[in-house]
Design a protein around this ligand. Structure first.
Ligand code: GLN
Length: 515
């Protein structure tokens, strides 16, 4: 029998309809894979009982007919989503053992359509990070590993143990980050520990980890998915979206996740298209912009080559490539790291030791707040709260926060100008490098970590949709991704173009060393 965990979501859906296997068998196969892959630390909570109950219910509806579009499809859920009766922590100590009494709108739509929850996925604390190293549950491990360089490409080494390792096995044993903040989601999908997963993207947290793990991730237009029941980080930037191993699979998930929600006033009331119908649509005659400002000084030649190759693939499919200019790109990262912490500092004010989770007592209430927040938040979250409070304080508000908001308007206008010239989508690299090692970046200088978001934050600042698609490998055999940025609410074009790139790039999967 085929390994049920290696199916695409679309193939699993077909197999379930054809009754080639049951939803319970599909779920059990995933639960077994999760157990063997605990070393990756992708799940912070496994929910096997709930999963089996949902799978049995899906089998019953499939047998009766009239099953939902995701009936029996096992998914992982980022631990930023509220799930009724199931612990939600945002991977922070401060939420402690918080068990929500309510379900996020996005996840409730997935269950409405018949999906099965396998468990809650690790992420950076409050989704702040680019490597999943800020989680209170510890780092997630990328299922990919570097390959050693060819033996003769290395300088002679007297260390025999090392030489032995070079020849066999060929995988380096350094553990790599999966990217962040949705690192658990990316790692779980890439390691076949679910058929798809939810993520959130405030500055790149879906697209960057997708690129680091060789899978597909899309951040929809701001307002396309409801934010209700998702732990808030920076409310004007946060947006939920899916991860999966193929573009089609993300399109299938998007249809269930998207939609208007009266409980979130920023969610937009417009019909949800059948995104899957965009797969395989011709991209002939589409105009694709290549923004010259995304060609960074010192960017690796590999990324540059990959980018050119992506453009060639789209050209071969009939698209027209044009150079475009997004002149305010260089201000996006600094402006993001003012706006996002400002909103975070205000959103995180609610964790006061009274309303949620953990409390550390003090001699009086102020001391209780201080103790709780000092103990409950990790260093990166504390840093953001301090920056955010500072830029919002009287005297600095105009100089930092207001100015960053003005820059944000200019960034948005750059994109509007490009799209007004008839450009359908913009092609850029997804990340400036491949996945790096755990502990390798950001220790001495947090900005080194922030630079990971250089190609992704602009999209959040402008509220646009962006998809990351695996496109190639670096010299050490690690996956690299390309990003397509679309017009507001035109995710369909991204799916059509993304699938063209996917077909051209071929498939990617990590060598299974963990089980
Ligand atoms: N890495 C960015 C940050 O740390 C983006 C995170 C995200 O998109 N949630 O803010």
């Amino acid at each position: 029998m085929t390994d049920l965990t290696s199916l695409t979501l679309a193939d699993a859906r077909e197999g379930l309809t054809q009754k080639s296997f049951t939803a319970l068998e599909l779920t059990d196969a995933h639960l077994a894979a999760m157990e063997k892959a605990r070393v990756l630390n992708a799940y912070v909570l496994e929910t096997p009982e709930q999963a089996r109950a949902q799978a049995r219910a899906a089998d019953a509806t499939i047998a009766k007919g009239g099953a939902g579009p995701l009936a029996g499809i096992p998914l992982g859920i980022k631990d930023l989503f509220a799930t009724t009766g199931v612990r939600a922590t945002a991977c922070s100590k401060i939420l402690g053992n918080f068990i929500p009494q309510y379900e996020s709108t996005v996840t409730s739509q997935l269950w409405r359509d018949g999906a099965v929850m396998l468990g809650k996925l690790n992420c950076d604390e409050f989704a702040m990070g680019s490597s999943n190293e800020t989680s209170a549950f510890g780092p997630v491990i990328n299922p990919w590993r570097r390959h050693y360089q060819a033996v003769d490409a290395r300088p002679p080494d007297a260390d025999n143990a090392k030489v032995g390792r070079i020849e066999f096995p060929e995988l380096d044993d350094a553990k790599l980050v999966p990217g962040g903040s949705s690192g658990g989601s990316a790692s779980a999908v890439a390691a076949n520990l679910c058929l798809g997963a939810t993520g959130t993207d405030t500055g790149g947290s879906i697209r960057q980890p997708a690129a680091f793990t060789g899978i597909v991730g899309i951040k929809p237009t701001y307002g396309r998915c409801s934010r209700w029941g998702i732990v808030a980080f920076a409310s004007s930037l946060d947006q939920a979206g899916p991860f999966a191993r193929t573009v089609r699979d993300t399109a299938i998930l998007m249809r269930s996740m998207a939609g208007h929600d009266p409980k979130d006033t920023t969610s937009v009331d417009r019909p949800v298209p059948d995104y899957e119908a965009a797969i395989g649509k011709s991209v002939k005659g589409m105009k694709i912009g290549i923004p010259k400002e995304y060609r960074l000084d010192g960017m690796s030649g590999e990324i540059d080559k990959l980018w050119a190759q992506g453009a060639d693939w789209l050209k071969a499919a009939g698209a027209e490539l044009v150079e475009v200019s997004l002149p305010h790109t260089k201000y996006a990262l600094p402006a993001y790291y003012v706006v996002a912490p400002a909103e975070a500092s205000s959103n995180l004010a609610r964790y006061d030791g009274v309303r949620y989770g953990a409390r550390v007592n003090g001699r009086n209430i102020v001391e209780m707040y201080e103790n709780t927040r000092a103990e409950g938040f990790g260093p990166e979250v504390r840093r953001r709260i301090m920056i955010g409070t500072y830029v919002l304080s009287a005297g600095y508000y105009d100089a930092y926060y207001l100015r960053a908001q003005k820059v944000r308007t200019l960034i948005k206008k750059d994109f509007e100008d490009v799209f007004a010239k008839g450009v359908h989508a913009i092609l850029t690299p997804a990340t400036p490098s491949a996945a790096f090692g755990i502990g390798e970046k950001g220790k001495a200088d947090p900005i080194e970590m922030y630079l990971n978001d250089i190609f992704t934050v602009t999209v959040n600042m402008a509220g646009l949709p962006g998809i990351a698609v695996p496109a190639g490998m670096d010299g050490q055999g690690l996956p690299l991704g390309l990003q397509l940025i679309g017009r507001p609410f035109d995710e369909e074009t991204l799916f059509s173009l993304g699938e063209v790139m996917e077909q051209s790039a071929g498939s990617f999967s990590a060598k299974k060393w963990w089980a």
